[in-house]
Structure formats: C-alpha cells, structure tokens
Design a protein around this ligand. Structure first.
Ligand code: PXP
Length: 249
C-alpha cells in the first residue's frame, strides 16, 4: 500500500479543455492550446488534463497528439469507456487515463461512473489501457459502495467527483465534504490512490486540498475563467498556492 507522509505535496492537473472551447467557438487557430499547456507547465502544474469527447466539442484528436509530443509534464487524458476512445488513448500513451461517463447532451461531465452497472465494460477498458502502461483512474462519486468495486476492476487510482460538494451550500456542503473525506480515507485504506475534481474553484478548493490522503486535484473551468483577467500563468500559480497553503497549515 502507498504510504502518505505527513505534509506530502498535493499535485495539480490543469484541465485546459476550455481554451479549446474558445478556439472551437470560431474555428480559429487561436487561442493556441499548446501555448496554454506550456504556460501551465511553466507555472508549476504537475499535469495537463484534457478530455477528448466523443463529439469533439473542444479538444480535437490532433491536440492530444501535439500535447503528448511536446509537453514535459504528465498527461491525464479523460476518456469514455468506448472502443474508439480506448484505442486512441492506447495509441497516444498518456501517463494517466481517467475513465469518465459521457453523455452527448450534457454540458459537462455529470456524475461519476456507474462502476456497478457498467462493471464489465469498465473492467475491459481498464485492462486494455493498463496493458499499454497507462495508469487508470476511475471518476466516481464519493460512495463507499462504488469504491468497493474499484480493486475488482483493477484500477489503481480513483478521482472523486466533487461537483455535488461544489454546488451545495451551507450544511449540505458540509455533508458532501464529509462524504469526500470518508471516501478518501476508505479508498486509501484499500491501497487506492485518490484524486478529486470537478467544480473546484478559488474558494472551495482549500479544504479538499487539506485532506491528507488526497494526492491530486484536476481543475479546469475556474482556472481558465480566472485566466481571462490575470493570465493563465498567474491563475495556475494562485491555485497551486491555495493547495500548498492548505497542505502546510
Ligand atoms: N475531472 C474530471 C474527470 C472532469 O471530467 C472534469 C471536467 O472536464 C474536471 C475534473 C474539471 O472540472 P472543472 O472544469 O469543473 O474544474
């Protein structure tokens, strides 16, 4: 089992999908996704996260190959458990592959994977990706029932869906946060590496980053939104600072 040292660092994967969203809105060559990736890398993020969606609404196939070839930091490729996406991921060979549920009509990823109902399909995709040396992460709800199936699927990593926590208010948010803590501790005790993401911003990330067993946060929309005003380098650095401060206090 992985050992977590006291005050161990937490890593940031910046999801740059929405740089591509802006580019695709006009079909222009700008904003340049690679430039965004380089700036995020230079600002100190440990991973570039991108989601190649079935409908190609933002990231395009060529983006995935370009980032893979030119960036030095880890690539965390989010993908649906479909034959097409798993084959592309195996061809690209990112360090990390995060399997997510995907519906065409959704605005963004809604909810975690159904690791119980879709067990066979997710297990098959996990095996194919793992056989290519890709570290597989499953994007799931902070649910003990779901975490219990992760080791049977064979994935070494989970990413806990923080969207419900991020959207909740007051006592409900506190309850959602407690679910994340409980899920993190339970998964960690099973030897599973725990990441989290979705809906995290400059005000709600700190307490999630402070969970000792939490290893990585994947954050996109809030960082890219802030980048409009302060630039992507500063927006990335500010998030890193929040996470490191949370870890060290
Ligand atoms: N993690 C996963 C698995 C996601 O699907 C997304 C959204 O693409 C994120 C993290 C980032 O979410 P947000 O853009 O809300 O920060």
């Amino acid at each position: 089992m992985e050992t977590i040292e006291e005050n161990s660092p937490i890593e940031l994967g910046v999801n740059i999908d929405h740089v591509a969203t802006l580019r695709q809105a006009r079909g222009t060559a700008y904003p340049d996704l690679l430039e965004a990736a380089f700036l995020v890398e230079e600002a100190g993020a440990q991973a570039i996260t991108i989601h190649l969606r079935e409908d190609r609404r933002h990231i395009q196939d060529q983006d995935v190959y370009d980032i893979r070839k030119q960036c030095k930091v880890r690539m965390n490729l989010e993908l649906a458990a479909t034959t097409e996406m798993v084959n592309i991921a195996c061809d690209v060979g990112p360090e990390d592959g995060c399997i997510v549920p995907e519906k065409r009509e959704e605005l963004t990823t809604e909810g975690g994977l159904d690791v119980i109902g879709q067990f066979d399909r997710i297990k098959k995709s996990t095996k194919q990706l793992s056989d290519e040396g890709i570290r597989v992460s499953l994007f799931i709800e902070p649910s003990i029932e779901h975490i219990k199936r992760v080791n049977d699927i064979g994935a070494p990593v989970i990413e806990l869906h923080t969207g419900t926590y991020a959207n909740a208010k007051g006592d409900e948010q506190k309850r959602e946060f407690d679910r994340i803590v409980e899920a993190t501790e339970f998964a960690h005790a099973q030897g599973i590496h725990v990441n989290a993401g979705h809906g995290l911003d400059y005000s709600n990330t700190s307490i999630v980053a402070a969970i000792p067993e939490m290893r990585e946060l994947n954050i996109g929309h809030s960082i890219i939104s802030r980048a409009i005003f302060v630039g992507i380098s500063r927006a990335t650095r500010q998030m890193i600072e929040i996470m490191n401060d949370a870890r060290n206090t």
